[in-house]
Design a protein around this ligand. Structure first.
Ligand code: GLN
Length: 192
């Protein structure tokens, strides 16, 4: 049976995630209201502006519902702004967050506007071929708890992690033709 995966579609790069998931054979729900969360087996929180997405998540208590689902084991994958929203601690910010991952995130960690770049990452969990990664005003994780698995680092900075049913990347895997990161997330849904 086809998997049904939700993509949070309040703001940001949700269409690109949708396209990748459809290419990989999933049914996709664009999640705009709390009731859209019903019946999905996993959720992607896209890149965008974490403060804006956070504000929108407060409407209708959608954020609280996502938190409950994440705490109950539903696989959730946050990219870039999504990684920020999943983190329990955001350096120098009291902005809204889902508070699910034992991570300390620093926003715009590679410089504010100019620091968008592409690089090759070694990600042993995805095999030997390097992963092309696009960083756009990206965060990085300053600290992670021992129960958080580090999947990739860039120049000594943690940029890709997994904590049980939760996955987070500082980069945008939906912007490159290599679908291994999304496939990895779909495998997490299968395990679940
Ligand atoms: N800098 C953005 C933020 O803090 C994240 C950028 C992105 O998602 N590409 O929300």
């Amino acid at each position: 049976m086809k998997k049904r995966v939700g993509v949070l579609a309040l703001q940001g790069a949700f269409r690109e995630h949708r396209q990748v998931l459809e290419k990989l054979g999933c049914d996709v729900t664009e999640v705009r209201r709390t009731s859209d969360l019903d019946g999905i087996q996993g959720l992607i929180i896209p890149g965008g502006e974490s403060t804006t997405i956070g504000k929108l998540l407060r409407i209708d208590e959608m954020g609280e519902r996502i938190k409950e689902l994440g705490a109950k084991d539903m696989p959730i994958f946050g990219t870039c702004a999504g990684m920020i929203l999943l983190s329990k601690t955001i350096v120098d910010s009291d902005q809204y967050r889902l508070n699910l991952m034992d991570t300390v995130v620093e926003r715009n960690a590679f410089g504010r506007q100019v620091a968008s770049f592409e690089t090759d990452l070694q990600v042993p969990a995805l095999g030997v071929n390097p992963l092309r990664a696009v960083f756009i005003r990206a965060p990085y994780l300053k600290e992670v708890a021992p129960n958080v698995g580090i999947l990739a680092e860039y120049n000594g900075k943690i940029v890709f992690v997994r904590q049980g049913n939760l996955l987070a990347s500082a980069f945008h895997p939906e912007l490159t033709p290599d679908n291994r990161v999304h496939q990895y997330f779909l495998n997490m849904i299968d395990e679940h």
